[in-house]
Design a protein around this ligand. Structure first.
Ligand SMILES: *[C@@H]1O[C@H](CO)[C@@H](O)[C@H](O)[C@H]1NC(C)=O
Ligand SMILES: *[C@@H]1O[C@H](CO)[C@@H](O)[C@H](O)[C@H]1NC(C)=O
Ligand SMILES: *[C@@H]1O[C@H](CO)[C@@H](O)[C@H](O)[C@H]1NC(C)=O
Ligand SMILES: *[C@@H]1O[C@H](CO)[C@@H](O)[C@H](O)[C@H]1NC(C)=O
Ligand SMILES: *[C@@H]1O[C@H](CO)[C@@H](O)[C@H](O)[C@H]1NC(C)=O
Length: 763
């Protein structure tokens, strides 16, 4: 026993000392600049870069080695650099008092037509005068940045027909083979962090802001793409495509590259892109990327967005696609707007018909079967290749199907593990004529329309079980898949997507995340023409619009709405905009019942945050819960960062943590109390952004919790007036344990300022 652990220790030590010499790419964050950002002359930027080299040289011994090691100097708004270092130097640097944080350059993942109608910005293609689109002039004064896989500039969504001059305040530009126009006013790429990690030499694949993947074009056009009539995917979902801010100017910052060892968007590149975007003059940053939630100081997106928000830029990020497991939400920093994903009331129906007369409603965006006749059906498990396992075959994984068995048949595959479109590709490769894709239990009722490479339909869990039991019940099984068609006004909608990452927030349990949900299932938007709609190499089809699903798709819906609010209410802070979006959202669906999740159980704020966005209402919230940079610094103090670290984030070098800074009093537009045993009192401050009015409070107390609000009524006599209230939350004697949910609403009968309450009862 003793010998064994000694051996282990020796092996470990050898490994460790070897790893010691290994160089990795790091980000060294130095906090705020000493300069006010109006002084950004080239000479000044050069001085900043020089100071970074001098700083690193003091550890590496020479200016030359510092220059060799640094691959980014963040000089404009973010102060720091990215460099290739060994562990030992990295830990020495970490101890320096000027260093706010040092962390590995980690990789992160990338997480239409009808959605705006669903959110009432238009009705059957007609824009009513009460629409926020009309009131906010379609977002025309706003500049929206997107951090993603780049842009396909030839897309009609980015045509500049009808646009006037580029706003004079714009300082950005376009690089490489992507030309700017008066709509697409910026296109830059950032690859050094990716290449420092991947360690292969750069080539033309990595030297372009052009979107070779499709994701970035889709997200950017969802946030700010033009109205494009006749947009459809192989004839389906035909309609006028547009972004949330259809008249906004857009800029693309490419930070995501072909996946390498599971990662594609790197912290060092994200920081460089955010530093550039703030300097270029953007109003909104949309970032549909994220990794596992982590320490705010070790996360490029969190640090970069802190600096962006400090400069008045609103940052919107996706919550992640790791649901429905609890505690999976990422991008949880409280200065970010974090977006979950839900369905809308449109389906692309493709019915599955069985020869015993059963008919199930499935979905797809594929071509129809070649002949109008019943085809042989086979469970993929029965079509397994000799050397594959039944499970691999059932999942329709690569090389798991035997062409002898599946040729000419419709193969029935199970969802899970490999990509949905990959299952279709494997079935097609094995010679199948069609595919029925059956949901597993976790994905429940969430069926996703994909442009499969063969005729296909995806059915929900219950129907999939019926298909499998039909296959079991008879030997002579035949079936058919109808040609897909577009169905509107489906119910219930919205419901939470099962993939949408869920709370609770594992980094700061006292802040509810996500903040809001928006459409992220079967979203039609612009696409690249560098690859086919399935992104599979052998898929030679090209389509200017494509359907995609993910919190990556819901995030830019919110970014587009933020763009409208920026045009309409230029004086609102990023926090005021978030508050307006959250407090005016809804938690009921189009059946007027509480929103459900993909298994049709009642959804909770851990799925949807405050609720589903209602853009028209977000423009006149009445009251907002505002926050400024000082509040965010107080937040960092309250959750335990040392004063000297928080000081580096402040513009004022003499900043000190406020005595008694308390997370419960952080003026967030949701109220979360983790581990409530007895009772707590929280304070919030409301700012009037509407007409003079008197608001009364009422609430639904969570189960097992007693709530009281003081004062019960607040009168505001002018715009900008602030009023405080206190809320006492106490556990009652009931035995409820775990998470319970309620809400607080302030109303003057015209505005309803609704705030979710989340309490964790513990014994
Ligand atoms: C560039 O390099 C990558 C990684 O080595 C490779 O996969 C890709 O095919 C190359 N692209 C070109 C255009 O040579
Ligand atoms: C899409 O709709 C437009 C306008 O109604 C029509 O002109 C066009 O033919 C339609 N396209 C398809 C593929 O259905
Ligand atoms: C099974 O064998 C074929 C042919 O030798 C091979 O191409 C395939 O990769 C194997 N499949 C699995 C799942 O191992
Ligand atoms: C069908 O039969 C297979 C193999 O015996 C079994 O694993 C599966 O659970 C059955 N499915 C249903 C829905 O009855
Ligand atoms: C077809 O078979 C399945 C599986 O046995 C069964 O659930 C379904 O009810 C049958 N349909 C009809 C119309 O009998």
């Amino acid at each position: 026993m003793c010998l064994q652990s000694l051996t282990l220790l020796i092996i470990f030590t050898l490994f460790y000392s070897h790893a010691f010499a290994l160089k990795k790419s790091y980000i060294v964050y130095l906090g705020s600049h000493a300069h006010p950002f109006t002084l950004l002359s080239q000479a000044h930027l050069d001085r900043v870069a020089h100071s970074h080299r001098t700083f690193l040289a003091s550890f590496l011994g020479s200016h030359q080695s510092a220059e060799d090691a640094i691959f980014y100097s963040y000089k404009r708004h973010i102060n720091g650099f990215a460099a290739v270092l060994d562990d030992k130097k990295a830990s020495e640097i970490a101890k320096h008092p000027n260093v706010a944080s040092i962390f590995l350059n980690k990789g992160r993942k990338l997480h239409t037509t009808h959605s705006w109608d669903f959110m009432l910005l238009e009705k059957h293609g007609v824009v009513h005068k009460s629409s926020l689109w009309k009131k906010a002039r379609f977002g025309e004064d706003t500049i929206i940045a997107n951090l993603d896989t780049g842009v396909w500039p030839e897309s009609k969504s980015f045509s500049d027909e009808g646009y006037g001059d580029v706003p004079a305040r714009w300082k950005g530009s376009c690089h490489g083979d992507v030309p700017c126009n008066r709509k697409l006013i910026g296109a830059k790429y950032f690859n050094k962090g990716y290449l420092a990690y991947a360690k292969f030499p750069s080539n033309s694949t990595f030297e372009t802001p052009r979107d070779l993947d499709g994701h970035g074009t889709h997200t950017l056009s969802t946030a700010g793409g033009n109205f494009v009539p006749g947009a459809n995917v192989f004839g389906l979902g035909n309609g006028t495509a547009s972004g949330g801010s259809p008249k906004a100017r857009v800029a693309s910052y490419k930070v995501c590259w072909p996946p390498f060892k599971g990662a594609e968007c790197f912290d060092a590149d994200i920081l460089a892109a955010i530093d550039a975007a703030i300097g270029d003059g953007v109003d909104v940053i949309s970032a549909s990327v994220g990794g596992d939630a982590g320490d705010y100081m070790n996360d490029g997106l969190s640090i970069g967005s802190f600096v962006a928000v400090k400069n008045g830029v609103t940052v919107v990020c996706s919550a992640g696609n790791s649901g429905p497991k609890p505690g999976t939400v990422s991008n949880v920093a409280p200065w970010i707007i974090t977006v979950g994903a839900s369905s809308m009331d449109r389906e692309f129906q493709a019915f599955v018909e069985l020869s015993n007369g059963s008919r199930f409603e499935g979905t797809s965006l594929s071509t129809p079967l070649p002949e109008n006749k019943m085809y042989d059906l086979i469970s993929a498990a029965d079509g397994k290749a000799a050397n594959a396992s039944a499970l691999q075959a059932l999942l329709c994984k690569k090389d798991s199907l035997d062409p002898e068995k599946v040729k000419g048949k419709i193969v029935v595959c199970l969802r899970g593990d490999n990509a949905r479109v990959d299952k279709g590709q494997q079935a097609a490769t094995a010679g199948a004529v069609g595919m029925i894709l059956c949901n597993d239990k976790a994905s429940g009722n969430e069926i996703i329309s994909d442009a499969h490479v063969l005729p296909a339909s995806q059915v929900n869990y219950k129907d999939g079980e019926a298909v499998f039991s039909y296959l079991n019940s008879t030997k002579d099984h035949k079936g058919y898949i109808t040609a897909p068609n577009t169905q509107l006004h489906t119910k219930p909608a919205p419901f939470m997507a099962s993939f949408s990452s869920r709370g609770p927030n594992t980094i700061t349990p006292g802040i509810l995340k996500p903040d809001i949900t928006a459409p992220g299932v079967n979203v039609v938007a612009a696409y690249t023409e560098a690859t086919g709609p399935t992104d599979i190499e052998s898929d030679n089809r090209r389509t200017p619009f494509n359907v995609e699903s993910g919190t990556s798709m819901s995030c830019p819906h919110i970014s587009g709405i933020v763009g409208l609010l920026k045009t309409l209410r230029p004086q609102w802070s990023p926090a005021a905009i978030r508050s307006a979006i959250m407090t005016t959202s809804r938690t009921r669906d189009n059946t007027r019942k509480p929103m459900v999740d993909a298994t049709f159980h009642k959804a909770t704020p851990f799925g949807y945050g405050a609720g589903h966005v209602q853009p028209n209402k977000a423009s006149h919230p009445g009251l907002v819960y505002d926050l400024n940079t000082g509040d965010y610094l107080d937040f960092l103090c309250a959750i335990g960062y040392e004063n000297k670290v928080v000081q580096l984030f402040a513009d004022d070098p003499l900043y000190t943590c406020r005595e008694g800074a308390n997370l419960l009093d952080f003026n967030y537009p949701s109220i979360t109390v983790p581990k409530l045993t007895d009772s707590v009192t929280i304070t919030r401050k409301l700012t009037n952004v509407g007409p003079p009015s008197t608001y009364r409070s009422y609430f639904h107390a969570p189960l097992g919790v007693e709530v009281s609000v003081e004062p019960k009524q607040l009168t505001f006599s002018k715009v900008g007036e602030e009023k405080m209230f206190q809320m006492t939350i106490g556990a009652t004697s009931e035995k409820a344990l775990g998470y319970v949910f309620g809400e607080l609403t302030w109303t003057d009968s015209k505005h309803y300022v609704r705030t979710p309450i989340v309490v964790q009862l513990s014994s």
